[in-house]
Design a protein around this ligand. Sequence first.
Ligand code: FAQ
Length: 333
Amino acid sequence: MYTQALNNLEIETGTDDEREARFQQRVDDEERIEPNDWMPEGYRKTLVRQIAQHAHSEIVGMLPEGNWITRAPSLRRKAALLAKVQDEGGHGLYLYAAAETLGKSREEMVDELLSGKAKYSSIFNYPTLTWADIGAIGWLVDGAAIMNQIPLCRCSYGPYSRAMIRVCKEESFHQRQGYELMLSLANGTPEQKEMAQDALNRWWWPSLMMFGPPDGDSVHSGKSMAWKIKRFSNDDLRQKFIDATVPQAHYLGLEIPDPDLKFNEETGHWDIGEIDWTEFQNVVAGNGPCNRQRIKQRRAAHENGAWVREAAVAFAEKRRARKAAAAEAKQAA
Ligand code: FAQ
């Protein structure tokens, strides 16, 4: 504690270059950076961008699955899906709170999402056409999210890294419920197995795109890795996901929709065919199958929730006024 305070004190002095060198030393020494610590402006901006995008992804990510809550085939499935979607909402809230510690208000972040200025994960712009899509999302989308987010538990920024610990525990439950759902379908009737295969066909490539552009095109990776925000490159995480997921598909008796998929004896990894990066860029640019629908739904939810926000503010103000009046009366007595 005392050393930490001394470090902070030291970091406040000297030229910007000196402060930056000391900051980098702290990062290299695996110290966590906390909200009141000095940090380079680029570090702050990178974190706000990534954490806000991450928060938006969790909130928009509630929509494709929320679409199936009323149509879940059993009470058990409905309860699990309801809990999962609720968890995603909670993740969004922890993440907005983590970004707020860097000086950006939640209102500003939400406005940027609703105006279309902010990004969120490409994956949530694909439709959920059948019940099997719920299994595929849990298995693949949450699986990819875990692969990406476990290293974020060691992110150099304290509030983000701590939020990720709880998020990852919940994502792990989500992934298991998705895989178990796929297992039931894959071992069910021929129609159910076909439905599971169709969902895998549609979600496989978009899940690989979740990890972001190839390393050569990733503009932020270099800095983010030096600052230990990211611990692995986009391609490295994508490969880890592929290596973990291909055997899971085989266990389900399903086929990965990639004729070029091949185990490479030399590297010990699964090689895949070409990812359609034009599709990725189109989706990120706002032209995926559901981009417009997602933002429209979020705007409507925000507008419909205005009375709740107004009521909460009115209640807080009334309580503050009542407390102030009571304190004044006590003083006068
Ligand atoms: N979609 O230089 P890089 C979840 C953008 S949560 C859209 O490589 P970076 C839970 C990127 O922002 C899923 N845009 O960027 C769940 C940048 O644009 P900018 C979300 C993308 O930041 C499950 C540009 O491309 N997870 O699934 C995407 O170093 C089920 C250049 O890229 C996170 O957000 C994309 N896929 O690496 C919920 C995790 N990829 O900002 C419901 C935290 C890249 O310059 C149901 N985020 N871009 O305009 C990260 O780890 C990173 O931000 C990456 C991208 C890896 C996503």
